[in-house]
Design a protein around this ligand. Structure first.
Ligand code: THU
Length: 130
């Protein structure tokens, strides 16, 4: 897990956050052990900003990965920075009940299953019938 946090810290350094100044790094681990990273990318049209977690997930999917075990999220805050609601939904849809490890620049700040952060999720199972 240390390697995953380290990868997220390094990804955070590449954050494109000129508007908020709030840099976030994420690192997703596949069940096969591959690590795919992401950082937040902001836009002058603020709503187009993409969070680090979704960048990591979309990168991983586009590279062909489909099975995920854990995600680490790093920000420079003393208290944990958990994934936003949109990221929880996307992580659930493609990653299922992932381990979510939160950390800052020096230590781990929290550890959850995604089902703890997103209880009673909406997902594709509900689209099949009534
Ligand atoms: N952000 C993330 O990248 N991930 C999170 O979990 C929380 C928020 C980004 C979005 C925006 O660029 C900045 O942090 C401030 O909201």
């Amino acid at each position: 897990m240390t390697a995953l946090i380290k990868a997220a810290r390094e990804a955070r350094e590449r954050a494109v956050a000129p508007f908020s100044g709030f840099k976030v790094g994420a690192a997703l681990q596949t069940t096969g052990g591959t690590i795919v990273t992401g950082c937040n990318v902001e836009n002058a049209s603020y709503g187009l900003t993409m969070c680090a977690e979704r960048v990591a997930m979309f990168k991983a999917l586009s590279e062909g990965h489909r099975d995920f075990a854990a995600v680490a999220v790093v920000s420079d805050t003393a208290s944990p920075t958990p994934p936003c609601g949109a990221c929880r939904q996307v992580l659930w849809e493609f990653g299922g009940d992932l381990e979510v490890v939160l950390a800052n620049l020096t230590c781990e700040t929290g550890r959850f299953r995604l089902s703890q952060l997103l209880p009673l999720p909406f997902d594709a199972r509900l689209l099949g019938g009534k």
